[in-house]
Structures are given as structure tokens and as C-alpha cells.
Design a protein around this ligand. Structure first.
Ligand code: IVH
Length: 698
């Protein structure tokens, strides 16, 4: 037992570790600790706090649920926040069946009468609270910090199994129903395969993918992610149900997604039977579950048992340990990807894990190898956690033999021999020979023609041959291929060659956002390409954009901005783009977003406040009319475009430095003049100046 002084230090340490891991788990969606380790530390903390109750503080992680609230961005908060009508709590959890027995005994003692349990799967996703008013979905909030949640209603409307409108009888005027949003394995594998291909960091598991996807700012993209929902807890005033089970059956009858894997149990042996059954059977479910939830079924007894600050006393979660296997590490391959990232992949003595034989596992990067202090010949722990390829989570040091050898992360590219580089802040090594390393070249070609890029029908083997025959070295070469060239490929006949040429011809219609994605610029994945295409509208504006211009775009951070500026600085890339342009590919966004002009040419504009359209749209308008958007006022600022509630500091500074302030309405008038087809020569500066002056001082 720790002395009071020792306990004080350990408590402080545990609180820091747990708070940081709560943040990584709920906000970053990138946990570094397994649930099992986290729960063990939480248990240690609550044990010490029980021993020394006067050391409990309100901000201890034992006293509140981890918060998923999104951090505010520079442009403001992404989601509105609302207070939960009923606090949104977590569940007490255990990995130990004897603690489930203790829970059941405590409940029985306190209730004193016969009662039942509802046993359910514990869905491994992210919690959601839906409010329905008069049978219509009114609002969807995340758990947030348990008291207030992020409003993700628009995103939730794009989740296919959540109904916007209910039907049936007995629907209360208003009620809340809570549940879990999760990503089935299939959707998760698809998403991660795309991310791997785009060299976006893959999600560690379906839970992180679900919570990351739920917080996207583009509801249509949320819809594409294949999320699903299961609801498991109804709340409201004077609801006409005696039991939790009745409430869920009613919810199901109104069209809400409720699990059919629930079971009413009468005693502990039925609960154990349910647990044993699902401990094995869950491996065959199409989605991740991390345990079983056992709830007192009768609602009056639930009310009687009540809540602690963090958990209901009427429910407990029994959690399954992640499945692990121990096997020997035989060797490590170092693989080069399309953007040159070098990934260590472990070759293992084949071992059975969650129904499949595992032969290879990811070691992520050199840092991870150092952290694990791994040697070839070590016995290692492999876990599946839903990833595309399993990962190595630890080394069993007690089994380390004397014949193990130290792995050497190569300092040269395993393919082309170039010296590897590591960018600042990057855990990965890269082969810098972007345009000369055969693996990278082939990878880029495969990416260029892939379905979400140019969608040209051809397999990796075709690319391999085209490259080996020296016919295609850059994407632009595809468009110079002739039928004669193609007939040189193994087994290709007139028909296959024609089909390939037709597919290439068809790809000329692919829209600019896909073409931009196809270029394979590092860190420019599908959604980034979409945003850039919508914002800059053509490749020339994008290529001319400065780092500062790029940082104005929502979701574009420094890493992407640097990658883009480096890409467009390279004359080889500019030449390739020009060849692709001549081949007829689309390098501008169609004019659905409104006409463009150059009426704002030479103008640097700062925006502040709220507008009738989004701030991003406002910035797009500036760029598409030839202007530059800047985030801060300076001597170069032409005018401050002020919406509703502009920042007082900016207004003050503009006033002091004599910078004109113009309203949204006047700005719209100004650009519509540009849109009316006036040529630059027709424009007269004094007309614009009059406009600025008119609005000054408003
Ligand atoms: S009932 C008052 N039932 O697990 C809390 N929760 O680790 C009522 N979860 O916060 C929650 N499956 O997000 C309940 N069948 C289920 C569940 C479930 C998953 C989640 C929920 C909860 C977390 C606790």
C-alpha cells in the first residue's frame, strides 16, 4: 500500500496520463494506448482515490467522462454546441467476470424483488444522442464532455440507417434515443485502403474511423463513409414504458435501428452464457464489438439505483480483451510507397489470429521499431484491431534468445539506392528520388489511372509492362500511346488496345478535382483535392498560390501547403501539367460556382465577421475574381470586407490605418460588375474607389 505522499505523486501522474490519453482517444481519434492499458490505469487511480478520498478532485478523470468536443479552429468552431437535457454518461467496465457477478449481487440486494437484465453487445464506435420531435429528427449531439455535445445533425442525416422521420403508433411528442455510430469492417477496409493509397495516415481501427468521420465538415462525405448506427437507450419525460426492452421494441417499430442481438436474462448463469456465446461469435460479426453491456431491464428499478457522477448504477460493461497472438519475427521488409515513404513490414512465422492466418504485420516506421526495441528472431505480440494488416504491439522479452539480431533501418532506398531523408516532425523516412525511383514512378502511374483518379481501365501488370518497355514514364505519356505501342504488350490484341485507348479518351472528361487528385501530390488526398479545386477553380491559380494563400483554405495546414508549393516549384511538374493540358484533360472547375472575372486583380482583401454564405465561399469568390485573400491587415491590404459582427480589433486597426471597409452587399455589387463581362480595359479604378468610399465609415 502506498503512503499518502507516494499516493499523491502517483495520483498526479495517473491523472496526467489518463487526461492526455482521453484527448488522444476522443479528440484526435488516434489513441496510443490500448483500452486494456487505459482501463487498468483508471482502475489504479480510482483504487488510490478510494484509499485517500480527500485527494479526489472534481477534475480527476475518475469524475468525468472523456470529452470529444472538437477544438476551436482559427476560423471559429466547427460545430455548434448544445447542452444535453440528461447528462450523457459512460459505463463502469470490467474485464473480470467476478465483478459482473458482484454487480448483479449488489443490484439484487438493493432491488430486493425479482427483476431481469437486458444483455446487449457493446458496439465499438462513438456515442450519439438523437432527439426526435413529433416523429422528426430534430438534433443529433455527440457525447461531448457529457454535459454539452457537438451538433452533428447534418452529418447524421447522411447516415443511411438513421431515419429522418418515424412512422407507427405511440411515438412520443419528444424523446431522446442514444446509441453508437460505428463503421462496419467492410467500409473501414475500403476507407483505409483509399487512405493508404493517398498516403493519408490510415485510421488505427473502426472506432477512430467512425468518430473521425462523424466530425467531418462535409456531410456528403460523411454519407460516403458507410457509417451505421445502433440505438440502445431511450430517454424522455413520462414515457409509457415499464422496461428498457419495451422502449427499444417500440423504437424498432417506429423504424429506428435497434440491435436484434439483445437477450433478456433472469440470472447470472444466463448472463455468463450470453457472454461466452458472444466472446466467440463476435468474431463473425461485420462490425467491431468490445464487450457486453448488462443493464437492469425494469425502468423503475433503474431509477431507484440511479447514477454516480460518471456511470449508471443499473448497468455495467464486461469488456473483451483484444485478441493477441505470439509468434516469431522472421525478417523485416522495407517497402517503398508511391510517395516514397518507406514502411517496415514484418514477416512472421504464420500464426492463427481471429479466424485468419497472419504472416505479415506492420511495424509502422523506424520510431515504432525503436520504441518496441525489436530484434529479428524475437517473439512478438500481434493484434488485429480491425486494421488492414495486423500490427506488432509488443515484444516478449522473456522469450528472447541469444541468436537475435538488431534490425537496421536502411539508409538508402531499397529500390533505387537514393539516400533516405526524414522531414522534420515526420516519423517516416522518404526516398527523395520522386521522379526517378522506379517503385515511386510505377506507384504514381497506378495511382493516376485508379478509379477515383482518372478511372482508366488497366491493372498494375499493364503499368509494369508499359514502364518496362519504356513507353510510359510520366502520366502525360499515357496520352501519347498509339495502338502500335500497345500491341507490344504481352497478349494484347486489337480489341484490348482499343479498349484501353477508349478508356484514356473517356478520362479526358474527368473533372478537375479528380485530375488534381490523380497528380499524386504528397498529402493531397481525394477530399483535399476537392477542396482545392472548388477554391482555386483552375490549376494556374493553384500553382500561383503562395503558402499564405493556401493556408486560407479550410483544412489546408502547413504540411499540405508546403507540399503543394514544392510540387509547383518543380519545372518537371509544370511541364507535365502542360502536356496533360494539351492532351485535353480538365484543369478547371466547371462554372457551377458562378462566373469569374479579374475585377479584383491586384487587390489584397481581408475578411472578417459572418456572411450570408460561408467564409470559405467568400474567399473563393475573392480568388475567382482575381483577388488575394489575406488573414491579417497590413500596408498591402486593399480593403477589409466586413460581414456581420466583424472582429473589433480588425475594425479598429482598419480605421486607424485608413483601410477602407466594405460590406458584403457592396462587395457582391462590385463582383457582379465584373461578372457582367466588362473587360479589364473597361474598368476604371475611380469607379471602384467610389464604391469603397461610399461604404467607408458604415
Ligand atoms: S448504455 C448511461 N449500451 O459504451 C450509459 N452503451 O464504454 C448508457 N456503448 O458510453 C450506455 N454499446 O457509448 C450502452 N449496448 C450499449 C452500448 C453502449 C456501446 C458505449 C456507449 C457508452 C460506452 C461506455
Amino acid at each position: 500500500m502506498l503512503t499518502r505522499e507516494e499516493a499523491t505523486i502517483r495520483i498526479q501522474q495517473l491523472r496526467e496520463i489518463l487526461s492526455e490519453n482521453n484527448r488522444l482517444y476522443y479528440v484526435e481519434n488516434a489513441p496510443v494506448m490500448s483500452d486494456f492499458e487505459f482501463d487498468a490505469l483508471m482502475k489504479e487511480l480510482s483504487g488510490l482515490e478510494k484509499q485517500y478520498p480527500d485527494l479526489v478532485t472534481a477534475d480527476s478523470p475518475t469524475q468525468h467522462v472523456g470529452s470529444d468536443l472538437s477544438a476551436a479552429k482559427s476560423g471559429g468552431r466547427e460545430f455548434a454546441r448544445y447542452r444535453h437535457r440528461y447528462p450523457m454518461l459512460s459505463l463502469g467496465n470490467t474485464y473480470d467476470i467476478s465483478e459482473v457477478v458482484a454487480f448483479a449481487e449488489r443490484a439484487a440486494k438493493s432491488i430486493g424483488n425479482a427483476f431481469s437484465y437486458s444483455c446487449e453487445l457493446k458496439f465499438d464506435g462513438t456515442a450519439i444522442c438523437l432527439t426526435y420531435r413529433k416523429g422528426v429528427l430534430f438534433r443529433a449531439l455527440t457525447r461531448g464532455d457529457g454535459t454539452v455535445g457537438d451538433d452533428v445533425t447534418e452529418n447524421v442525416r447522411h447516415i443511411s440507417n438513421i431515419p429522418g422521420t418515424l412512422s407507427g403508433t405511440g411515438i412520443p411528442d419528444e424523446f431522446e434515443i442514444r446509441g453508437e455510430i460505428y463503421m462496419p469492417y467492410k467500409a473501414f477496409d475500403r476507407l483505409n485502403a483509399e487512405r493508404e493509397r493517398d498516403e493519408d495516415p490510415p485510421f488505427a481501427n473502426p472506432r477512430n474511423a467512425a468518430s473521425g468521420s462523424l466530425k467531418l465538415t462535409d456531410p456528403a462525405e460523411v454519407g460516403r463513409r458507410g457509417l451505421e448506427c445502433t440505438l440502445y437507450h431511450m430517454l424522455g419525460e413520462n414515457l409509457p414504458f415499464e422496461t428498457h426492452d419495451q422502449a427499444l421494441c417500440a423504437a424498432k417499430s417506429w423504424g429506428l435501428p435497434v440491435s436484434d442481438k439483445r437477450r433478456i436474462c433472469r440470472n447470472i448463469s444466463e448472463i455468463e452464457e450470453y457472454i461466452d456465446f458472444w466472446d466467440n461469435e463476435r468474431k463473425f460479426l461485420p462490425f467491431a464489438t468490445d464487450g457486453i453491456v448488462i443493464k437492469v431491464n425494469e425502468l423503475p428499478y433503474q431509477r431507484e439505483l440511479g447514477y454516480t457522477a460518471k456511470f449508471p448504477r443499473w448497468a455495467v460493461a464486461y469488456k473483451f480483451k483484444a485478441e493477441q497472438a505470439v509468434t516469431k519475427l522472421l525478417s523485416i521488409d522495407y517497402q517503398v510507397g508511391r510517395t516514397g515513404a518507406v514502411t517496415p513490414v514484418a514477416n512472421l512465422d504464420p500464426v492463427q489470429l481471429s479466424g485468419t492466418v497472419v504472416k505479415r504485420a506492420s511495424l509502422h516506421n523506424s520510431e515504432q521499431m525503436t520504441l518496441l526495441d525489436i530484434r529479428i528472431g524475437d517473439y512478438v505480440y500481434v493484434e488485429k484491431g480491425g486494421e488492414i494488416i495486423p500490427k506488432i504491439t509488443g515484444v516478449e522479452l522473456s522469450m528472447r534468445g541469444t541468436d537475435v539480431t538488431f534490425p537496421h533501418f536502411p539508409d538508402r532506398c531499397p529500390d533505387c539506392g537514393s539516400l533516405l531523408v526524414r522531414d522534420e516532425g515526420e516519423a517516416r523516412y522518404f526516398c527523395p528520388n520522386t521522379d526517378g525511383c522506379p517503385t515511386q514512378i510505377k506507384g504514381k502511374l497506378v495511382h493516376f489511372i485508379s478509379r477515383k483518379a482518372m478511372n482508366v481501365i488497366a491493372g498494375d501488370a499493364t503499368i509494369e509492362q508499359l514502364y518496362n518497355l519504356g513507353l510510359v514514364k510520366t502520366p502525360a505519356d499515357f496520352y501519347s500511346l498509339t495502338k502500335e505501342d500497345l500491341l507490344r504488350l504481352d497478349g494484347w490484341k486489337d480489341r484490348s488496345a482499343q479498349r484501353f485507348l477508349d478508356s484514356l479518351a473517356e478520362s479526358r472528361k474527368v473533372t478537375f478535382d479528380h485530375v488534381l487528385f490523380a497528380l499524386g501530390i504528397r498529402y493531397v488526398g481525394e477530399s483535399t483535392a476537392r477542396e482545392l479545386a472548388a477554391y482555386f477553380r483552375n490549376i494556374d491559380a493553384l500553382a500561383a498560390a503562395s503558402r499564405e494563400d493556401l493556408l486560407q483554405v479550410e483544412d489546408i495546414g502547413e504540411v499540405i501547403a508546403d507540399s503543394l508549393t514544392a510540387y509547383f516549384k518543380d519545372a518537371k511538374h509544370i511541364e507535365m501539367i502542360s502536356r496533360l493540358k494539351s492532351a485535353g484533360l480538365q484543369f478547371e472547375t466547371e462554372q457551377a460556382g458562378g462566373p469569374v472575372s479579374d475585377i479584383l486583380e491586384g487587390k489584397t482583401i481581408v475578411i472578417s465577421g459572418n456572411f450570408s454564405v460561408s467564409r470559405d465561399r467568400m474567399k473563393q469568390l475573392i480568388v475567382s475574381h482575381g483577388g488575394k485573400n489575406s488573414s491579417s491587415l497590413s500596408g498591402k491590404t486593399s480593403f477589409l470586407l466586413a460581414g456581420e459582427k466583424p472582429g473589433p480589433e480588425k475594425m479598429k486597426k482598419a480605421g486607424l490605418s485608413g483601410i477602407a471597409v466594405i460590406s458584403e452587399q457592396d462587395f457582391m455589387k462590385m463582383i457582379s460588375t465584373g461578372e457582367s463581362g466588362r473587360k479589364p480595359a473597361d474598368r476604371n479604378g475611380s469607379m471602384q474607389l467610389t464604391l469603397f468610399q461610399e461604404t467607408e465609415g458604415k
